[in-house]
Design a protein around this ligand. Structure first.
Ligand code: ADP
Length: 496
């Protein structure tokens, strides 16, 4: 089976969030299942050219009423997966991937409509004919649309099916209708059954309608997004396609995220030899200007956006600070949250450590050195933070939503090791703390419960054991992807 994964970011080349981790890790597991997989990305400025090779060809891509020339670079991931990069400096040679402090790049519609179309043209130029294109989020959502419209009669893609994974329904690629000309599609597709959405263009919506199969990143999220509360206006479209909608939980790369080998943390450790974790905590407290105390240390690594529960965190902060705990926050995002969080941390300098910015090395130190990891998300498609923290023996305290609900189970001191297996989900024992209501009160209650358990040495040991032995490596999820790929391939030419 030949599969092309199309994405706007992937580790180790470029990353702004979880999508990059997923796309970076999945191919190597698919390869183990004998899938011939390759990746395609835009060639952003941040991507190092060493190790890549410009291919000796150029090709043209229709956009609006003209065509543009583009080039292709080829490289490999650390695991020898071929990666193709679309070079078009006018669109991708910029300081950031999608936006600057001032907001989104104003031509994002053009940048990613171009990218989607360039993917199809590049495949022809390099003579690669995938059985399936696995698209991700709105940036590549035009690919399934093109396959069912402009390229429908193109014999080259006669046997190419598509799968669209939604990593976050909150980002849909909505643009004004004047951008319609960029797509090359006629106005007959600007309808409620096509890419029109309240008078605008919605690329993700179009992708959802035209892809053979839709997938999202956890079972619970796949159900939630069919409701008005979590559907961001697209719940109706998703309900219509519910027979083809799946939810495969993300894994994390267990080789990359491994406290036994991680060189960016001050001491290595494992379940059998956990002492190193205490040194990680001490060093982290010092580095972040906190007192080296034995109180529980709660870490947070997050985009600072309303999705991540920052309003209930700020609302509960005065009460949280009355507890014997320390809080560390690493994040960047919306300016208003930068300000709120900075104000809070200035008020409690020896209890709160803060770094505004994107810092992967510090992130590892926080995963390793914290006792708890807080994710009070309003919604969470999957969440990787809780999976990484489990791997590092850092206990998640999370809101029970989306992937958080599927991967974290409430620890019960009365019965520390029961195995939960529900709906085909792998078995895990109580490995953290959850709260259901999206409120400061519920958050506080859950944190209180967690920190009081921290004092009970025996229980803490059981909890650590459950956390570190929860297995969220990619193996099981990659098998589920393979079976979805097979389903989609069987559907080729049957829909729309
Ligand atoms: P999302 O994709 O919604 O941002 P996830 O939990 O799925 O959230 O994935 C976030 C990923 O990005 C994790 O690997 C996390 O460690 C990383 N991350 C988030 N914010 C930062 C930051 N400020 N610095 C370093 N890494 C970060």
């Amino acid at each position: 089976m030949n599969v092309l994964i199309a994405s706007s970011e992937a580790v180790p080349f470029c990353k702004t969030g979880g999508l990059a981790d997923v796309v970076g890790a999945l191919p190597k597991e698919l390869e183990k299942l004998k899938v011939n997989v390759s990746l395609i990305l835009p060639l952003y400025r941040i991507i190092k050219r060493e190790g890549l090779k410009k291919m000796d060809l150029s090709f043209t891509v229709p956009i609006s009423d003209r065509t543009e020339e583009a080039s292709i670079w080829k490289g490999k991931t650390g695991n020898n997966i071929p990666v193709y990069f679309i070079e078009k400096d006018k669109y991708y040679d910029r300081p950031e991937l999608y936006q600057t402090a001032g907001g989104d790049y104003p031509d994002n519609a053009e940048r990613f409509i171009f990218f989607s179309r360039a993917i199809l043209e590049a495949l022809k130029a390099i003579n690669l004919k995938p059985d399936l294109i696995h698209c991700n989020d709105w940036q590549t959502a035009m690919v399934p649309i093109y396959l069912k419209t402009l390229y429908r009669v193109d014999p080259y893609f006669k046997k190419t099916s598509s799968l669209l994974t939604i990593h976050n329904l909150g980002y849909q690629g909505i643009f004004w209708h004047f951008d319609m000309h960029l797509t090359g599609l006629g106005w007959e597709y600007f309808t409620i059954e096509g890419i029109e959405f309240y008078g605008k263009i919605n690329l993700l919506k179009g992708g959802m309608i035209f892809s053979d199969i839709i997938n999202t990143v956890s079972r619970t999220y796949s159900k939630e997004i069919q409701t008005e509360k979590y559907g961001f206006g697209l719940d109706g479209v998703l309900r219509k396609r519910k027979a083809d909608l799946y939810g495969i939980i993300n894994g994390i790369d267990y080789d990359e995220w491994n406290p036994e080998t991680d060189k960016s943390i001050p001491a290595r450790y494992s379940l059998d030899n956990i002492n190193g974790k205490a040194l990680c905590k001490k060093t982290l407290q010092r580095e972040m200007g906190l007192k080296e105390r034995g109180s529980p240390l709660i870490g947070m690594i997050t985009r600072l956006t309303s999705q991540k529960g920052l309003d209930i965190l700020s609302e509960s902060i005065e009460d949280l600070m009355q507890l014997d705990l320390q809080l560390l926050i690493l994040g960047e995002g919306e300016e208003r949250y930068h300000r709120t969080i900075s104000d809070i941390s200035e008020r409690y300098p020896d209890k709160i450590g803060l770094k505004i910015g994107f810092d992967p090395i510090l992130a590892n130190k926080i995963y390793a050195g914290s006792d708890f990891f807080l994710m009070p998300s309003r919604y969470e498609p999957c969440g990787l933070g809780q999976l990484i923290s489990l791997r590092y023996g850092t206990i998640p305290i999370v809101r029970k939503t989306g992937g958080l609900a599927d991967t974290v189970k409430e620890f019960n001191p009365k019965s520390p090791h029961p195995l939960f297996t529900k709906g085909g989900q792998r078995g895990i024992s109580g490995n953290g703390f959850l709260f259901e209501e999206y409120s400061a009160k519920a958050l506080l209650k859950s944190v209180k419960k967690a920190v009081s358990l921290y004092q009970n040495k025996n229980m803490w040991k059981s909890l650590l054991h459950n956390a570190i032995s929860s297995d969220f490596s990619w193996g099981a999820s990659a098998k589920k992807y393979l079976s979805l790929y097979r389903k989609a391939i069987k559907m080729v030419g049957k829909r729309i």
